[in-house]
Design a protein around this ligand. Sequence first.
Ligand code: 1CP
Length: 359
Amino acid sequence: LNETGKTDSGAAVIIASKKPFLQVLGGGTTARPPIWLMRQAGRYLPEYRATRARAGSFLDLCYNPELAIEVTLQPIRRFGFDAAILFSDIMVVPHALGQKVWFEEGVGPRLEPVTAADELDRLSYDGFEQVLGPVYQTVAGIARELDDSTALIGFAGAPWTVASYMVEGGGSRDFAKAKAWAYGDPEGFQRLIDLLVEATVRYLSAQVEAGAEALQLFDSWAGALPERALRRWCLAPAMEIVRRVKQQHPSVPIILFPRGAGMLYRDFALESGADALSLDTMVPLAWARDRVQSEVVVQGNLDPILLVTGGEALRRGVLDILETLGSGPLVFNLGAGIVPSADPQHVADLVELVRGWRA
Ligand code: 1CP
């Protein structure tokens, strides 16, 4: 160990970590799977709603280090998860590239759409680091606050998912505009994807430099694309991001969430270079064990609605995952983000079930 407490070999650092989440991502084993939940900070928590009300707009909250640190830590204090995830949003990258972004109450993100390659000159790196500076301050502040058993996850949206919001001007049901551009002018759409690959590499690397110990790339809308398009616009950019971030930070574990990728989860496991794949709720557990967990660490994949209902259905859902995936490398999580109607008591019950499990 050198004076900073780290060895020269990245892998050894992770396995030697006292943090169970980093131990599992580094290829080590723990008595039971570590647990955190996607979107674990959010409107289902009364303390989040109170802080959110003080912040002003949602973007103001994302760019206010003091308040963003506070909401990041709220679920850690309440439930003692094994990892904290930076409180921010995937829309800060297009915003930092100069696109107009705002959040509408009860609707979600809205953007001034970019619909063709000749509009890409509206985007630039001129204000990029300045806009994102407060996010890096938040990362550094969270890192200072966490104890030595809780890891810090940084994140970004994957290029296809972020591009879909940039082109559609917000959320979409059918992704008709984004697909029309990708299918009709693939070279032009590639320029947007390449721009987002570059921006995402810069953004994620800066989070690691500020103190993030692992990274997650959210491709929430991968499942909207058929095979050929999914390989080009989701798998290839993810490979490129993983390769380039690891070039700068070889020991940082990277989790990919290609939600809805179906059988192509196997291809992500074999080709992406990611350390772990976050499974969506639809991936069959035994298939995931044999075809995905055989290659990489898996994370997932409880249906978030079970945290609304709780009770026996929740217990059964948790045991199904633990009994099928719990003997291999597993980070317990949801198969999609937590919903605002989740009951915090059911989240506490979930943590107790996972912590009390014996393989
Ligand atoms: O009113 C509010 O307070 C806003 C609700 C909210 C929250 C709490 C939004 C708006 N974003 C967030 C935080 C957020 N978003 C985090 C924080 C860290 C944590 O997990 O605790 C993260 C990781 C995200 C990532 C994110 N934002 C994704 C990918 C993950 C996923 O759930 O699929 C996506 C698609 C977004 C876009 C977005 N931002 C907000 C909403 C409501 C949405 C989804 C809109 C849609 O469904 O199209």
